[in-house]
Ligand binder design. Structure first.
Ligand code: F6R
Length: 608
């Protein structure tokens, strides 16, 4: 959420900053800006409302040779998207970019006004900028001023700060919002996300919460909040240029939908074995005895990650025996007075590993002494570092704001965890072997389905793209698919879409059915087929515009039937889900939406 970049070295800073911002644009894109300093300490501040492309046009007519600078692409929290509220903010001698939220900014602002500061924007960030400027008047260095200000601040932040008094340094800091420093030859890069650094350096230092970094051309020195030095651990950035490019696809979303067979193979690799019919995850840090003792699993996430937990829970409870497997929306759970039964393990599911609500649940569970395991994609992210153990899903960079390949792999990873618990508890091979076999088959079945139905989904989208409302309906393991399908349609298609359990239709939502709605109905040829089909018939009787996605070749009455030919049975919902992704993608394209960066959204929600 919001992107930060910074550069100090021998290159012209502006192009480096703009290219970094373009890579980070998926994290927020309602305004953007850069500030650079020349060696005399004269600053050039350029800001624009809208996308980085707008800023880029401005930079083209205001070029500087400055070799030091910071930049930002914003997702508005305090104050509407506008040039005035765009970062960097400047007050006095200070230029600052910020991700996160300063909760006590009103109190700080009131104090600063008493010291003759006035404010031009509606942001909390400008207040922090003024506070640093105020403290720097008496502080020995920018580092001291930043450290003093951060001690007074309540909230979350990733920041990069420049002062015209010393154009040879950038001070960075983090608490609850990621910040990475890339180290090159006589140059240092700053970014809130590794993708901005790819191609420049693969040597990176991940700041921990509470750390401040002093960046110069020579490198970075880390400090704690009291300005005591801290050793910086240089790590290798595991990301390549290929993974952050569109590779010939029109959009990242389509590329990432198509990548699922491959990304899923990475998730499964070395973890499921159909010769021995076993499943194993390396990083759980749990003995068989500890796995055997588990009685309750809480799966926690937001949005698509929450639905992945729900989806996996429906599947795992079919074979795991006497273990409860419940999923929770992190933003709800964090404020509930929930009890944790004994022998509970919490799975913390997050693509970015930075989602604020999910992280808050993790910290609360840790405080209560619950064992936490991460199901995370972003290597080195905060959640990945805070959990007691866990699994990386290894899907590579997910750039499109709408999450697709992460969902599929999160479900698979949680299933593998469930299989491990089942194995430890002595559940027989007979009970779990079909799940293991289907996990192994899943990548090729998804591949087959995409190839077989891509064009069909495009044609379908053409027919339904003008509708403003939709119901997505499924039963049992297809209910999470309905929820996730509706979410995709909402966020990229901007179609009002609701996911419902089929059995719930007659308890209210069936009243909605009219010619302004279409209905996506997931129907699997399994033990609930007859029940689900009755729900479809009830809908049809009320004039539904039903699109049925099914694996059966039985006769089905609907406006459109998509017949999926798959060898799967238990994991068919994951194949159906890929069709929902394609459908939402094509509807978004037909409606002329910004597919990869849908309005009002941003990737990685690091604020509450
Ligand atoms: C939906 C989507 C969001 C995320 C949610 C959690 O397509 O992308 O709903 O799934 O914000 O994000 P992570 O997984 O990064 O915690």
């Amino acid at each position: 959420m919001c992107g930060i970049v910074g550069y100090i070295g021998n290159k012209q800073a502006q192009p480096v900053l703009v290219s970094g911002l373009k890579r980070l644009e998926y994290r927020g894109y309602d305004s953007a800006g850069i500030a650079t300093l020349n060696q005399k300490g004269t600053a050039t501040l350029l800001r624009e409302k809208g996308k980085v492309a707008e800023l880029e046009k401005k930079v083209a007519t205001h070029k500087t040779a400055d070799q030091v600078g910071i930049g930002h692409t914003r997702w508005a929290t305090h104050g509407a998207p506008s040039k005035r509220n765009a970062h960097p903010h400047t007050v006095g001698d200070i230029y600052l970019v910020h991700n996160g939220i300063i909760e006590n900014y009103q109190d700080l602002k009131a104090e600063l006004i008493k010291h003759d500061y006035d404010f031009k924007s509606d942001t909390d960030t400008e207040v922090l900028t003024a506070l640093i400027d105020y403290l720097y008047k008496d502080a020995a260095s920018l580092l001291d001023a930043v450290s003093g200000a951060l001690k007074m601040v309540v909230g979350a932040y990733g920041i990069a700060v420049l002062s015209v008094k010393n154009p040879e340094e950038i001070v960075v800091a983090r608490k609850g919002s990621p910040l990475i420093v890339g180290v090159g030859d006589d140059e240092v890069f700053v970014a809130s996300d590794g993708s901005a650094l790819v191609g420049y350096t693969d040597q990176v230092v991940y700041l921990h919460d509470g750390e401040i970094g002093l960046c110069t051309r020579e490198g970075v020195q880390l400090y704690d909040i009291d300005a005591n030095t801290v050793d910086a651990k240089v790590e290798k950035l595991e990301m390549d240029l290929q993974s952050i490019q569109k590779k010939g696809f029109d959009h990242f979303l389509l590329k990432e939908i198509y990548e699922q067979p491959e990304s899923l193979r990475s998730t499964l690799s070395g973890r499921v074995n159909t010769d021995t019919m076993t499943a194993k995850l390396g990083g759980l840090n749990m003995s068989d005895e500890e796995l055997r003792a588990i009685e309750n699993v809480m799966v926690i996430g937001c949005g698509t990650a929450y639905y992945a937990g729900l989806q996996a829970g429906y599947l795992v409870e079919q074979f795991v025996g006497d273990v409860t497997f419940n999923s929770y929306i992190a933003s709800e759970l964090r404020y509930r007075s929930f009890a944790v039964p004994k022998n509970t393990v919490a799975l913390i599911v997050s693509q970015s590993g930075e989602t604020a609500d999910t992280l808050a649940c993790l910290m609360e569970l840790k405080r209560r002494g619950v064992r936490t395991l991460g199901v995370v994609n972003a290597v080195g992210s905060t959640i990945a570092r805070e959990v007691d153990g866990g699994v990386y899903v290894h899907v590579g960079a997910e750039i499109s704001v709408a999450s697709t390949k992460a969902f599929t792999s999160q479900v698979a990873a949680i299933m593998i965890f469930g299989l491990m618990v089942a194995q430890a508890k002595g559940v027989g091979v007979k009970e779990i072997s079909d799940y293991i076999r289907e996990l192994e088959l899943l990548p090729s079945e998804i591949e087959k389905c995409i190839v077989a139905h891509d064009k069909e989904m495009e044609r379908l989208a053409k027919k339904y793209a003008q509708y403003e409302h939709a119901l997505y309906i499924g039963r049992d393991t297809l209910y999470p698919v309905a929820l996730e399908g509706a979410l995709k349609m909402k966020e990229v298609g901007y179609v009002h879409a609701e996911g419902y359990a089929a059995g719930e239709l007659k308890h209210g939502p069936i009243a909605l059915i009219d010619d302004t709605f279409f209905e996506v109905f997931y129907l699997q040829d399994n033990w609930l087929y007859e029940k689900a089909q009755s729900n479809l018939i009830e809908m049809n009787a009320r004039g539904a515009h039903a699109i049925v996605i099914t694996d059966t070749d039985k006769r089905i009455a609907a406006e459109h039937v998509i017949r999926v030919n798959t060898k799967l049975h238990l994991l068919t919902p994951l194949v159906f889900n890929v069709l929902s992704q394609l459908f939402a993608y094509y509807v978004a394209v037909m409606r002329g939406n910004d597919v990869d960066q849908p309005r009002n959204l941003a990737k990685s929600v690091t604020v509450e």
